[in-house]
Design a binder for this molecule. Structure first.
Ligand SMILES: Cc1cc2nc3c(=O)[nH]c(=O)nc-3n(C[C@H](O)[C@H](O)[C@H](O)COP(=O)(O)OP(=O)(O)OC[C@H]3O[C@@H](n4cnc5c(N)ncnc54)[C@H](O)[C@@H]3O)c2cc1C
Length: 422
């Protein structure tokens, strides 16, 4: 009996056959032998991005590296760690911490795979922090012929190869920049008015190492502000007062009625970076998600205009919106990165899992945000196609050239890439 396999949110059933490889050699064999093949990560993307199907609906093979052991090899000299392709950030972080090392940033959930996260430009927050792809020093990739090639920072193809949507092959190892371990405290403030945000937006988004603003776009304003501040070594203390927002007196979940046991410790208690930077605890394993997500990243100078435009859509969004999170990401030079060339603000939406109603709202959001230069998060739900995305990515033509050179038979292609890259 064929097992039905879905993504984490359960809204996409993979048409491709999932092949759980048992060795690196088997990855190479499967890739070389398959006419259509892509890598399956930890399944946290929300669309057909990962699948192998093309417009004809013909299936292929999804290579899962989940059965391969995770290894984390630290090189203290170069301050890098080489991690295996299917490694999840949580596991990598735990092993780095045990050896006294750290990563500069993490996404909200530690269970996401490193290779899958960097492939889609996944990010945390912080005005000085680039997306997770900016920590990548090198990749090892199985190309269409089954051969492994290494692409490292400084190589001509590197900036097209990291945020690559799985289109250039199966990544079997990622080398990440590391730094000595550090501690972080997390402080939550509630009820920041829209006026305070308008007057102090840059101060607020810069008021800690990593800042998240949560809202449901009601007149009440920003419901919660989460500040994650590095402690020690002359790091600046978080503010005691945040433009009228009050320090929370108990643990807060960003979703109304959410399980507070799932979130990382708040209340200003210092703890290791890996226990504070993600919103959710490592040891809390979320079940299959009853949600969809979208996110649009636009130049930071347009933050307040984006807020105004989205507030005008508050009523339309309300029936399907669980929460919006605003974060910042520093500019980088990865061709397909949503923060390519600009410091950006990410406007993230957690939706109820109602595909039809969510996809009815997305065109309105895109009409409001794309003219501001907003790029959709590759791993989340959006409707824009290649024609709308083309002007937003100055290096997209170079990416197409790279893809043609690396994968002339389009072995790693799929319907998603046909729609959004062309
Ligand atoms: C609960 C939740 C929280 C999230 N939080 C954040 C967040 O804080 N910030 C943020 O920016 N995003 C966030 N995301 C989005 C998520 O990080 C992206 O969707 C990411 O791509 C997921 O990677 P994955 O491996 O789980 O996904 P998959 O769907 O398995 O893979 C995604 C893409 O990566 C490719 N890929 C995976 N593994 C490899 C490999 N070994 N080699 C080559 N390509 C590969 C796949 O082919 C596919 O194209 C979140 C998602 C969820 C469900």
């Amino acid at each position: 009996m064929t097992q039905v396999e879905t993504n984490w949110a359960g809204n996409h059933t993979y048409r491709a056959r999932v092949e759980r490889v048992q060795s690196l050699e088997q990855v190479q064999q499967v890739v070389a032998a398959s006419p259509r093949v892509r890598a399956l990560g930890s399944r946290h993307s929300f669309t057909d991005l990962t699948d192998t199907t093309d417009e004809t609906g013909a299936g292929g093979v999804l290579v899962s590296l989940a059965d391969l052991p995770t290894t984390v090899e630290v090189d203290a000299g170069t301050r890098t760690a080489r991690v295996t392709g299917r490694a999840a950030y949580g596991e990598v972080a735990t092993r780095l911490q045990a050896e006294g090392w750290a990563l500069a940033n993490l996404a909200s959930l530690p269970h996401i795979s490193v290779a899958g996260a960097v492939a889609t430009g996944t990010h945390g927050s912080g005005v000085e922090n680039g997306s997770l792809a900016t920590a990548v020093a090198a990749l090892e990739v199985v190309g269409p012929d089954g051969e492994i090639r290494r692409v490292a920072r400084g190589d001509a193809d590197f900036e097209g190869s990291v945020v690559a949507l799985g289109a250039l092959g199966v990544v079997t190892a990622v080398t990440l920049d590391i730094e000595p371990t550090y501690d972080v405290r997390q402080d939550v403030f509630t009820d920041l008015g829209w006026q305070s945000l308008a007057e102090h937006v840059d101060t607020i988004t810069s008021s800690a190492y990593s800042v998240s603003l949560f809202t449901r776009w009601t007149d009440a304003g920003i419901d919660q502000v989460w500040l994650k501040s590095r402690v020690g070594d002359g790091a600046t203390e978080p503010p005691r007062e945040l433009f009228g927002a009050l320090a929370a007196t108990s643990t807060m979940h960003m979703l109304e009625g959410g399980e507070t046991a799932a979130v990382t410790q708040q209340g200003g208690v210092p703890g290791a970076w890996l226990d504070r930077l993600p919103h959710f605890r490592m040891d809390f394993t979320p079940s299959r998600g009853e949600e969809l997500q979208s996110e649009y990243l636009l130049p930071r100078e347009h933050t307040l205009e984006a807020v105004t435009r989205l507030r005008a859509l508050a009523e339309v969004m309300a029936p399907v919106l669980m929460v919006t999170e605003l974060r910042t990401v520093a500019a980088d030079s990865h061709w397909l990165s949503s923060s390519y060339g600009h410091d950006v603000v990410g406007v993230h939406f957690t939706w109820v899992r109602d595909v039809e109603r969510v996809y009815a709202v997305l065109p309105l959001i895109e009409d409001a945000l794309l003219p501001l230069g907003a790029r959709p998060h590759w791993g989340k739900c959006f409707v824009a196609g290649a024609a709308q995305l083309e002007p937003l990515y100055p290096r997209i033509g170079d990416f197409r050239d790279l893809r043609r050179r690396v994968d002339p038979e389009v072995k790693f292609g799929n319907a998603f890439l046909d729609r959004v890259i062309g």
